[in-house]
Design a protein around this ligand. Structure first.
Ligand code: PRP
Length: 185
């Protein structure tokens, strides 16, 4: 049977808008306000997790008017296409980055919590001054491991989202909004 998902996969239809550009902008401004309040004069290390966070990170940091350092890390994960991975590897040596710094991790989405609980654990072993997490989106209903999100732009339902940095099979990262593609739709 041809459904909405089939049309999207065939490129006939675009993903349905879940969160508009305007809404994203507004919530990023609110987050930036809180982050500015908490990190002014701390010269934090703002650490983006590639690839999904790159657009969120770029928009967020342009709202932060204080000294900061930017780095990116790449995590490789293993798992099926539309399910979260169970195993995570960090490709970089993060020790020198994190030691003695206030670290703010920027992620696109927290799903099962596997990736970020791994990452935060790794960082905390490297003597940072603090480690906090800022995420664009969270799916609390999917959580398997508890992760504290200090700054969150959107809580979302258990739907497969794309756009604004997020992909499906490397497609849709360039959509300016957060859209939904879901086989159940
Ligand atoms: C996504 C996302 C998180 C992780 C979240 O990464 O960027 O890192 O999955 O899932 P979890 O909470 O279940 O661990 P992905 O592997 O899709 O890589 P990408 O950012 O390069 O698209």
């Amino acid at each position: 049977m041809l459904n909405y998902y089939t049309y999207i996969m065939a490129g006939i239809q675009k993903p349905r808008v879940l969160i508009s550009e305007q809404n994203i902008k507004k919530n990023i401004k609110d987050l930036a306000h809180k982050i500015t309040h908490d990190y002014q004069d701390k010269n934090p290390l703002i650490l983006g997790v590639l690839k999904g966070s790159f657009i969120f990170m770029a928009d967020l940091i342009r709202e932060l008017d204080f000294d900061l350092q930017i780095e990116f890390i790449r995590l490789s994960s293993y798992g099926s296409l539309m399910e979260s991975p169970g195993v995570v590897n960090c490709d970089e040596d993060i020790s020198d980055l994190v030691n003695g710094r206030h670290v703010l991790i920027i992620e696109d989405i927290i799903d099962t919590g596997t990736t970020l609980s791994f990452l935060i654990e790794q960082f905390q072993a490297k003597n940072p001054l603090s480690v906090r997490l800022c995420a664009l989106a969270s799916k609390p209903s999917r959580r398997l491991i508890k992760v504290e999100i200090d700054y969150l732009a959107f809580e979302i339902p258990d739907k497969f989202i794309v756009g604004y940095g997020l992909d499906h099979d490397e497609k849709y990262r360039n959509l300016p909004y957060i859209g939904v593609i879901d086989p159940k739709d």
